[in-house]
Design a protein around this ligand. Structure first.
Ligand code: GLN
Length: 322
């Protein structure tokens, strides 16, 4: 991209963020995790990094926030990398549910109890138990080390958020007990809870999320070191799951109206990965990684302003996959 094109993109992004910040008023910070309620609901920040080296950010882009459900993407990738895709899929399916992220009722319907996909809590708790390491500490450390390869530093766990959720995780515990009962949890319930909730409490910035998005968009290749961090097969499967299941029970509409693989978290974060388009008419060869933060969320658990901003951005900049 030429320097004046970058300046124009930066200006466009600044204008969009300013306009879509208004939509933060349509949501509220997650109240079921007490520590998340403290976030500033008016915040909206975004970072975009392209395969051509364009780096633009706008709004409240310097704040750290916890990954929450975005961590499900990273643990799924690491589980597939260490165990192989077929072995992971014995424990978790790839079928969207259309249900809320923490829903329990399909676990009984899905004989013999395999969770529907790794982007909902049930599936992610199973995946947490599949991570390498024979203790919660080792499993968490293996994931933090993997993240270090992607973003160049080992991220911190926000203990305040972790403890807040640990004390109130009754629904997640009930999911874990069910999974244990049906054989879809490979460690103890409390161990799986510690791993899952600590991974949800990893803190990052939008720039770091955007970098992860770009690695996914580039099929596992790090943009600066060119190291292959995970296979193209894993990248492709993960992006498909993000597109079909990544935005909770809004995933179908997000795929239809935004059309990019994305994963949100109840902290208001969104990770998006935009591979080069296959559409002849589009003729777009650039990949993008996007990190977004807007802690006011809607009834599905997605950032209200974030969804509006991505919907507009995807249309304006021709980012849709299909
Ligand atoms: N830690 C959260 C939970 O388990 C993550 C959910 C989310 O971000 N949707 O409820």
């Amino acid at each position: 991209m030429l320097p004046n094109e970058i300046i124009s993109k930066q200006q466009q992004l600044d204008e969009m963020v300013l306009e879509f910040k208004n939509y933060t008023a349509n949501g509220a910070t997650a109240s079921y995790i007490p520590a998340l309620k403290k976030a500033d609901p008016n915040d909206l920040g975004i970072c975009m990094i392209s395969s051509e080296g364009t780096f633009i950010k706008s709004g409240d882009a310097e704040k750290s926030f916890t990954l929450q459900s975005i961590s499900k993407v990273i643990s799924f990738i690491l589980a597939c990398k260490t165990r192989g895709i077929p072995s992971v899929l014995e424990y978790v399916d790839v079928e969207p549910t259309g249900d809320a992220f923490n829903s329990i009722f399909r676990l009984e319907l899905s004989h013999p109890g395999r969770p529907f996909n790794p982007m909902i809590n049930a599936g992610a708790i199973t995946v947490a138990s599949l991570l390498p390491g024979d203790s919660p500490t080792k499993k968490i450390d293996s994931l933090l080390s993997f993240l270090e390869k992607m973003i160049g530093r080992k991220p911190m766990i926000n203990e305040d958020v972790f403890l807040s959720e640990w004390k109130t995780a009754n629904r997640n515990r009930s999911l874990a007990y069910w999974l244990k009962e049906t054989g879809y949890l490979l460690c103890d319930v409390e161990e799986a809870m510690e791993v899952y909730l600590k991974l949800c409490s990893i803190e990052m910035t939008v720039s770091e999320l955007a970098q992860i998005g770009l690695i996914l968009a580039r099929d596992g290749i790090h943009p600066y070191s060119s190291e292959l961090l995970f296979s193209p097969e894993i990248a492709s499967l993960t992006k498909t799951l993000m597109l079909t299941c990544g935005m909770y029970d809004y995933s179908g509409r997000f795929a239809a109206f935004v059309g990019i693989p994305a994963k949100s978290g109840v902290s208001g974060g969104i990770l998006a990965a935009i591979p080069p388009s296959a559409r002849v008419l589009n003729n777009r060869s650039t990949s993008w990684g996007i990190g977004l933060y807007g802690p006011a969320i809607d009834k599905h658990g997605n950032s209200t302003a974030g969804v509006k901003l991505l919907t507009y951005l995807s249309k304006e900049w021709n980012l849709r996959l299909l």
